[in-house]
Every structure is written in structure tokens, then in C-alpha cells.
Design a protein around this ligand. Structure first.
Ligand code: HEC
Length: 166
């Protein structure tokens, strides 16, 4: 009789505990999902920047035919994405390259020593690409003259804040 009561208690405790573990797991999973979404969102914005910078530098080098409308549109995407990338939501704590739940994340932990100093790099790109948007449609020479200011922001930031390819 005693044994039966005891084992009943044990079962109750075990049940309660597995329930609490279950809800803990759900909370952790939700946090992972948010972090993954933030990483994916910022990387999509960065890839958009890269794709359009490549198009513009292809035009500047004469590898792609210059087209005023396409050049203006490409610069506008860079400008818009540079603005998007300044949202702190896209750079939550815990989303550095050790966030193993996301393949391909290259964000160095140093970013979180001073997030606003890091984000200032995207503000620089936003300013440079605003001028680029205004000028890219004014002929190949205007594009060439204004592309460098946007292009040089990439390297400066990647040196400090982007880790190696995983
Ligand atoms: C303010 C800092 C900063 C600036 C400016 C910046 N990047 Fe990056 N970039 C990063 C970081 C950090 C990552 C890694 C993000 C991640 O993996 O979550 C990254 C990732 C990328 C990626 C994703 C591919 C990969 O796996 O690394 C591309 C493409 C890219 N950047 C291109 C560019 C280009 C082109 C420019 C300039 C026009 C630029 N970036 C400007 C910080 C910057």
C-alpha cells in the first residue's frame, strides 16, 4: 500500500517536471526562431547590397552595359537595405557566429561590444548610397565617380566585424 502511494507521487513529480521541461523547451525554441529570423533577414539585406554593388561595378568596369534606369534602381536598393540594416532588431544579442542554429552566420561577437558604433557603418553606407542613387542615372562617369564611396564601406566593416566563411 505504502509503496503504491509512493510510486504515485513519483509519477506525479515526474509528470510535472516533464511538463515544465516541455514549456522551457518551447521558450528556448521560440528564442532560437527569432534569432534565426533576424540572421536571415540581415543576411538577405546584405546579399541585396552585394548583388547591386556587383551590378554597378560591372557597369563601371564596362563588363555590363551601362543603363541609367537599372543603375538608379540598383543604387536605391543599396540605400534602402543600408537603412534596413540599422535596425537593432536585426542584430539581437546571441546572434553572433557562435549561434550554431543558423548555418552561414559570420557576425563576429565584437559587434556586441558597441552595437551603435557598428551600426554607424551602415549609416555611412546609407549616406554614400543616397548620393549614388541621385548620381547613378546621370551617365557612366557620374556612376564611376560616386561608386567608390559606397564600395569602401564594405571592406572597412568586414575587416573588423565579419568572420571567416563557416
Ligand atoms: C557596418 C558593417 C558592414 C558594412 C558597412 C557592410 N557589411 Fe557586409 N556584412 C557585415 C557582417 C557583420 C556580415 C555577416 C552577417 C551575418 O552573417 O549575420 C556581413 C555579411 C555580408 C554578406 C553575406 C555573405 C556572407 O556570408 O558573408 C555580403 C554578401 C556582404 N556582407 C556584402 C557587403 C557589401 C557588398 C557591402 C558594401 C557595399 C557590405 N557588405 C557592407 C557587415 C557589414
Amino acid at each position: 500500500m505504502k509503496t503504491v502511494r509512493n510510486s504515485g507521487k513519483v509519477i506525479q513529480v515526474v509528470t510535472a517536471c516533464s511538463l515544465c521541461l516541455l514549456s522551457l523547451a518551447t521558450v528556448v525554441k521560440a528564442a532560437d526562431t527569432d534569432i534565426n529570423a533576424a540572421i536571415e533577414d540581415r543576411r538577405a539585406n546584405l546579399k541585396g547590397v552585394s548583388k547591386n554593388i556587383k551590378l554597378l561595378s560591372g557597369m563601371a568596369k564596362g563588363e555590363i552595359d551601362y543603363d541609367a534606369d537599372k543603375a538608379t534602381a540598383a543604387a536605391a536598393v543599396i540605400n534602402e537595405n543600408a537603412a534596413n540594416l540599422q535596425a537593432t532588431d536585426l542584430w539581437p544579442e546571441g546572434s553572433d557566429l557562435s549561434a550554431t542554429q543558423h548555418d552561414g552566420n559570420r557576425a563576429k561577437p565584437d559587434i556586441w561590444n558597441d552595437v551603435s558604433a557598428f551600426l554607424a557603418g551602415f549609416a555611412e553606407l546609407e549616406t554614400a548610397s543616397a548620393t549614388l542613387s541621385a548620381e547613378a542615372g546621370n551617365g557612366l562617369d557620374a556612376l564611376k565617380a560616386n561608386l567608390g564611396a559606397s564600395g569602401k564601406t564594405c571592406k572597412g566593416c568586414h575587416q573588423d566585424f565579419r568572420g571567416p566563411k563557416p
